[in-house]
Design a protein around this ligand. Sequence first.
Ligand SMILES: Cc1cc2nc3c(=O)[nH]c(=O)nc-3n(C[C@H](O)[C@H](O)[C@H](O)COP(=O)(O)OP(=O)(O)OC[C@H]3O[C@@H](n4cnc5c(N)ncnc54)[C@H](O)[C@@H]3O)c2cc1C
Ligand SMILES: *[C@@H]1O[C@H](CO)[C@@H](O)[C@H](O)[C@H]1NC(C)=O
Ligand SMILES: *[C@@H]1O[C@H](CO)[C@@H](O)[C@H](O)[C@H]1NC(C)=O
Ligand SMILES: *[C@@H]1O[C@H](CO)[C@@H](O)[C@H](O)[C@H]1NC(C)=O
Ligand SMILES: *[C@@H]1O[C@H](CO)[C@@H](O)[C@H](O)[C@H]1NC(C)=O
Length: 328
Amino acid sequence: MRNVAIIGCGVIGLTTATAIQDEYKSAVRVTIFADKFSPNTTSDIAAGLWGPYIMQDTESEKLDHDYFLHLWKSGYASEAGISLHLVKKLSRECEDSLDYPNIVYGGHRIPEKQLQELSGRHKKEYKSGCTFVSFICEPKIFLPFLQKRFLANGGMIIGVQIDDFAELSDFDLIVNCTGLGSKAITKDALMTPIRGQVARVHAPWLFHTIQDDENYVVTNHTSIVLGGTEQMGDTDMNPRKSDTDTILKCAYNFVPALKNAPLLFQTVGLRPGRNQVRLEREIRNINGKNMHIIHNYGHGGGGVTLSYGCALEVLELIKEVFPNKSKL
Ligand SMILES: Cc1cc2nc3c(=O)[nH]c(=O)nc-3n(C[C@H](O)[C@H](O)[C@H](O)COP(=O)(O)OP(=O)(O)OC[C@H]3O[C@@H](n4cnc5c(N)ncnc54)[C@H](O)[C@@H]3O)c2cc1C
Ligand SMILES: *[C@@H]1O[C@H](CO)[C@@H](O)[C@H](O)[C@H]1NC(C)=O
Ligand SMILES: *[C@@H]1O[C@H](CO)[C@@H](O)[C@H](O)[C@H]1NC(C)=O
Ligand SMILES: *[C@@H]1O[C@H](CO)[C@@H](O)[C@H](O)[C@H]1NC(C)=O
Ligand SMILES: *[C@@H]1O[C@H](CO)[C@@H](O)[C@H](O)[C@H]1NC(C)=O
């Protein structure tokens, strides 16, 4: 029996923890240490749209929605908070979002004439656009779902802030899934908070998601998410009136029908920004013991999207430490 410690109980920590349990079953005991839990993590703020979004240089190989598809097909949609939505994605860049057609459904490029029409209506100059069907995974439902599964599989969750890896020196391996982390800014110079303010409105009659380089309107049957800001290095957790005004103005521009939708609440989350996800294994000598640490953080604006692909990569790295399952 090997003992694995995961630091972090956001979407990254929980997906990694359950993936390890699924792979190693009773051969590995997994314990999660975290100081924040759903509904208080950054992950809970995410709209949960599956699609590459502020990933910076993170490779697209880490995109994987098989897990959502598996849950969807197995009838867990409601319990896991997963739904399929129609998405319209527009961009000022000539980017080719349909480069990931194997992972989103029914992708179509928006014809030039319609792009010009939308550019006029949104007062932007779009160079590319597409429509597709993709998953939305509502973190406020998904995280408790994973947490329940994790505990049912024999996992342990401990509410504590970890200041030093030495506190976990009894474990055979540590996976660092701390997101922005409390001390991230000082310890990893590449980590930058990217502030995201969003508004939620009641509009149960809207059934499609729209997204461009700056703004989005993401469907959810109880409250539509209007977003959002992308403020680098800004750590103000209070919603700001100037941002609210911009968000609402852009959303009404996207979907004029939203004008009278009641504003329910507003939230701010700090995305764990990094030039790319840090996903690597390190051996560190802690109190004379060589500890294996796997880092899995810095998912920026795409943590829900990247969670499963990254968990699979963590499994590959763990195989280098625990080479043969049947010998544990
Ligand atoms: C407004 C907004 C909209 C978004 N929309 C989307 C979207 O539509 N799709 C998408 O894919 N992504 C989206 N994101 C991005 C997504 O929310 C993040 O990428 C994701 O939540 C990162 O997950 P995480 O588990 O790494 O971090 P977190 O959710 O922040 O979890 C970190 C965990 O680590 C713990 N921790 C940290 N430091 C310590 C410590 N020292 N000791 C103990 N525990 C510690 C915390 O307590 C917490 O449990 C959005 C983000 C924002 C802000
Ligand atoms: C979330 O935060 C609130 C306010 O600080 C706290 O009362 C609540 O217990 C927290 N929830 C969890 C599950 O940690
Ligand atoms: C919609 O959003 C609200 C507010 O965050 C959340 O409580 C609810 O679970 C979401 N519903 C679905 C089905 O995603
Ligand atoms: C764990 O990750 C955080 C980023 O969230 C980083 O600041 C910290 O240095 C990492 N811990 C170690 C021991 O590398
Ligand atoms: C793992 O161990 C089992 C039993 O000892 C053996 O049959 C199998 O070939 C090993 N696999 C690898 C990849 O080494």
